[in-house]
Design a protein around this ligand. Sequence first.
Ligand code: RB5
Length: 149
Amino acid sequence: MRKIIIASDHGAVALKSEIVSFLKTKNCEVRDIGVNSDDPVDYPDIAVTACNEFKKGGYDFGILLCGTGIGVSITANKVKGIRCALIHDLFTAEMAKAHNDANFIAFGGRVKYSIEVTKMIEKFMDTKFAGNRHLRRVNKIMDTEKSRE
Ligand code: RB5
């Protein structure tokens, strides 16, 4: 059974509920760390909490949500070991896994997508990392963490 962590700021609470319901129909174990109200919170806090929980282990991947998906993805990509992809269609959902081996994907609750977010998540979940030259490139992404000041 896949285990997935999901978190949202106040800008994507309804989208989070929709995704959690979808993941349950796919027999996933879902760890939903909130938030569940429209009261404003700071998305960096949400993203860092989710990433740190993910890094404890046992999760297949994580989903981060805010109004645009931008704030949570920028934040997550500053956490060591995290590769968070901002997805906007089926192609980027597929490539995020096949080429980037993303361990987090991000969406925006206030974004008008041309396809349902659950379909993009399904595509990501149905895709395998392609390895080979993409592994070399992913390793180079991770090597950039070592040169951080
Ligand atoms: C919150 O108003 C909004 O800025 C946040 O949800 C997100 O869109 C930031 O990137």
